[in-house]
Design a protein around this ligand. Sequence first.
Ligand code: DGY
Length: 338
Amino acid sequence: MTGKPRVWVSRPTFPDIVARLEPHFEVTAEPDERKFSPTELAARLSGQDAVIVGLKDHVGAAEVADATRLRIVANLAVGYDNLDLDALSAAGIAVSNTADVLNESVADYAWAMMLGVARRMNAAERWLRAGHWHATEFKGWLGMDVRGRTLGILGMGRIGQAIARRAGGFGMAVLYHNRSPLPEAEERACNARYVDKQQLLRESDFLMLVLPLTAQTRHAIGAPELAQMKPTAVLVNVARGGIVDDAALAAALREQRLAAAALDVFEGEPAVHPGLLELDNVLLSPHIASASHETRRAMTALAVDNVLALFGHGPHAGRPPNILNPHVLASAGPAIHP
Ligand code: DGY
């Protein structure tokens, strides 16, 4: 026992970045990637002063019931649907995320998925690897151009805006729908036009989902919404599984009521709806939109900075940069500034 506060890191990250905690904390970092049961999680959280967790870790009232010293849960993600923010706030625990540092990487990845599926790169690569390439047909593997088409964005936060800004280079018109329209200057910077959800569904050639998962956005794209889309349209989801009804999507793709989809996230992941796995007109990836070297390091550094700052250390000492429930800090006393 060192007498230092304790921090637990639930998954392997970057040891050189986590080492910044060591002068101030007793650090336990899990050496292997794994999913903890609620009981295991509760046992690990108990006795910690701070924890850095990932999307696989579901933390709510039950998991922190014995964690009487816990002051911060730093999430290694911008989305925080794995955390019960109300329960953690009620327990007086600050919660942080990794907003902003991943915007550009996720936007790049969304575009990579959209272009990849439009030009059928996923299916063509599988075909080549399977040894089917004996001659190139002039009319083989025809895909869709994106130039001149309409890009729709559902959810126009900072990632949505980064996606929109890229569209100019591809000669695409951009429509978006959001809880409320962007301020005029931001809308102009994105060259995007606000429309209602029905118009977005009807007019998008490529529809990208960039919403957080909440009770309100669950199945925001289900059978009724898919029925409003063009049969030639392509759906791209880099946001969260559960925003799309994957069974309804698989049926729409199978019956060619929708041309294609590119999905980085799934309902109930890591399980993938079997209907999606059978289809060639779907590009699938294992929730990696933010997984570039630079961005995953930046996410780790931000989580570490939030923990350091809450305990009065590091570049943001006393002012943790990404706190989602600042009222908890306001009631924590004068040393911490929300
Ligand atoms: C996030 O940050 O929410 C991503 O989905 C995790 O990479």
